[in-house]
Design a protein around this ligand. Structure first.
Ligand SMILES: Cc1cc2nc3c(=O)[nH]c(=O)nc-3n(C[C@H](O)[C@H](O)[C@H](O)COP(=O)(O)OP(=O)(O)OC[C@H]3O[C@@H](n4cnc5c(N)ncnc54)[C@H](O)[C@@H]3O)c2cc1C
Length: 369
């Protein structure tokens, strides 16, 4: 209706943002004050959107909630992955502070598996939610792949986000994770790669190139992000694959040109090398943004009974997040693989609802005895 009346396109996101910001500014968003405190406690591993969403639902019902996270700040990838120009960090921090004021305990700088064992954590709580996300970087191979100046996307983005918070980051100061004055090459075609190229532009790189082994229409990242990046001066080099690296510290990427061949099982055309068509792209900072995989949780937590799929994600029931371990649930990227914030929030809420249901069933059993 508004569109037809000549006001142009309605940007729903901006409308939602205005409503939310107004609600916070005017004090309409209240701290959580449960009608009654309950004795049951839940330990949540991971303070990303899945963990925070679950904490919110559980705390509203008076459950005692403790969130453990290995980072110094809560928010998961909202805080240290997604760049500040895409997501203002005070939006995340005000939500974390609200949960703190509402009685959710945060135990930061606590890596489950080293600082506190998974088994000890289970012993301290009536239920545990695993919301640890996926952090293992897919690596590059080829000669020179270990050279100085070849860095992981998440290390690069985390450093940049920490600097945005005003932290002193030694690896940023000494140039290791800083693109200023450098020829930057980012390898990968997903949204993480787009965040890296756009961050490098903002840090004052002399040139920023993005290498992707397929073409524009076959890349996984959003086309809007590609257009944004191009507008900001990023050059995309389609149908290219890194074959090796020159120099240590790195001075160039040896590029294998590719062409698209027959469709694979997923229906996408497979990239195949064009023999003899190599060249070197100058680079003094190379960022690897080839995607993320789950860490090996059964191994890291010495918990061989924690069920995982063949991709390493935690095996959990659809819509409840229940795992085969008693009173252990899982939510977010660690169940789905690298996904989106909205799904993490949905999973966190679903798992919290399932935990509440299980507490109610256990209480009913005790009452019946
Ligand atoms: C660069 C980047 C940009 C993105 N941009 C977008 C976007 O624009 N829109 C969108 O919808 N999605 C985006 N995503 C995806 C989105 O951020 C994730 O899907 C979402 O954050 C997953 O939430 P989560 O709670 O499952 O995990 P995470 O956000 O990863 O949080 C997991 C938390 O668990 C902690 N943790 C892990 N292991 C342990 C342990 N052993 N002990 C203690 N703590 C632990 C971590 O420190 C982390 O804080 C992006 C992802 C990346 C990497």
């Amino acid at each position: 209706m508004i569109e037809q009346s000549g006001h142009g396109t309605v940007t729903i996101g901006s409308v939602e943002k205005y409503i939310t910001d107004t609600a916070w500014d005017r004090g309409w968003v209240k701290d959580i004050a449960p009608a009654r405190e309950r004795t049951e406690s839940v330990g949540i591993i991971g303070a990303g959107p899945a963990g925070l969403a679950a904490a919110d639902v559980l705390r509203r019902q008076g459950v005692q909630v403790t969130i453990y996270d290995r980072h110094d700040r809560a928010g998961g990838l909202l805080t240290y992955g997604i760049p500040g120009f895409k997501l203002e960090k005070d939006v995340v921090m005000r939500r974390v502070e609200q949960l703190e004021r509402s009685g959710v305990k945060f135990v930061m700088n606590c890596n489950i598996g080293t600082d506190l064992s998974f088994q000890a954590l289970r012993g301290q709580h009536d239920a545990v939610l695993i919301a640890t996300g996926v952090y293992k970087t897919r690596e590059l191979s080829g000669p020179g792949a270990g050279a100085q100046g070849i860095v992981r996307a998440l290390d690069y983005l985390t450093a940049s986000n920490k600097v945005g918070f005003g932290d002193e980051v030694a690896e940023y100061e000494d140039g290791t994770l800083n693109a200023k004055g450098k020829k930057v090459v980012v390898i990968g075609g997903g949204d993480t790669a787009m965040d890296c190229v756009r961050t490098a532009i903002r840090q004052g790189a002399t040139s920023v190139k993005c290498l992707y082994r397929r073409d524009r229409s076959n890349m996984p990242g959003s086309q809007r992000e590609v257009a944004n990046a191009e507008e900001e001066g990023v050059k995309f080099v389609w149908l290219t694959n890194p074959k090796g690296f020159k120099g240590d510290p790195v001075s160039g990427v040896v590029i294998q040109r590719m062409r698209l061949g027959d469709p694979d099982a997923s229906g996408r055309q497979s990239p195949e090398p064009i023999e003899g068509a190599d060249y070197t792209e100058d680079a003094d900072l190379v960022v690897k943004a080839l995607g993320f995989e789950p860490e090996d949780l059964p191994e890291a937590w010495a918990e061989p009974d924690l069920p995982v799929t063949r991709w390493g994600t935690v095996e959990a029931a659809f819509n409840t997040g229940a795992t085969r371990l008693a009173d252990v649930y899982a939510a977010g990227d660690i169940v789905r693989g690298a996904s989106l914030v909205v799904w993490a929030i949905k999973d966190g809420r679903d798992a919290a609802a399932a935990i509440l249901k299980s507490f109610a069933a256990q209480a009913a059993e005790v009452a019946a005895e």
